[in-house]
Design a protein around this ligand. Structure first.
Ligand SMILES: [Zn+2]
Length: 245
């Protein structure tokens, strides 16, 4: 037997057509307990996996628990992200305003641009999604540093960042967060093979912060608050920010 079209549709819908492990779009429905072991064609035994994760994890019996957990977490995120998105956005609105004020106060903008066309929300996302990292090892290290170890509890700015980062992942997903780190790494001048100083990390952190805020501020398009305007530099490799309102 195989999954019915109805069950496959229900699973795709529940996962918003995204892989429950890597969150890429476009999924196949995987039998967690395989058909050869009489795994049933039920919603409970199905997991949405992209072709690549299907190949990597699908046939490995030791990964069944992992797939099941990843699936349940992803279903939960999808549900919170979309059915309650208005409420979620309300909840983070206050800390977001404080963050914006902090950014506008502390961040050094590269240029003041006037009377030019700024990128739309979609164009900004597209720019980030095109980013890749040259060195996978450096990327993983940097990602961990920014996303998992940053922040002292006694420091207000770090607390803001930690909260903001968690909301960001919840709303925009891990893939976009990774792409933003990839871009930020390229725009920072750290040579990872030679180590780095605290001020270099602080500046990288500011770049990541700005890029995430940029996504948020454009996303929240109906707000009357100040926005960041952004354009692509002449060599197409960099973003130039400016406050437009
Ligand atoms: Zn995947």
């Amino acid at each position: 037997m195989a999954f019915s079209e109805k069950i496959k549709y229900e699973i795709r819908k529940k996962a918003l057509h995204r892989c429950c492990i890597c969150h890429n779009i476009g999924v196949e429905i995987h039998h967690i307990i395989p058909q050869a072991e009489n795994g049933p064609d039920t919603f409970k035994n199905g997991a949405p996996l992209c072709p690549s994760c299907h190949e990597t994890y699908g046939a490995n019996p030791t990964k069944r628990k992992f797939i099941r957990e990843a699936r349940d977490i992803w279903y939960e995120i999808c549900e919170n992200r979309y059915t309650h998105s208005e409420k979620r956005l309300d909840n983070i609105e206050d800390s977001l305003s404080e963050l914006k004020a902090l950014l506008i106060e502390n961040f050094e903008f590269k240029a003041k641009i006037e009377n030019k066309k700024f990128l739309t929300f979609g164009e900004i996302l597209n720019f980030y999604f095109k980013q890749s990292v040259a060195n996978e090892k450096d990327f993983k290290f940097c990602y961990g540093l920014i996303f998992f170890t940053f922040g002292e509890e006694n420091n207000n700015e770090d607390n803001y960042f930690n909260q903001f980062r968690d909301s960001f992942i919840e709303i925009f997903g891990i893939l976009l967060s990774e792409k933003i780190i990839a871009y930020s790494m390229k725009s920072s001048e750290i040579d990872w093979s030679k180590g780095f100083t605290e001020s270099e990390i602080q500046s990288l952190f500011n770049i990541c912060y700005t890029n995430m805020l940029l996504v948020f501020m454009q996303f929240d398009y109906e707000s009357d608050e100040k926005k960041l305007g952004v354009q692509i530099s002449d060599d197409n490799n960099d973003l130039i920010y400016s406050i437009i309102k």
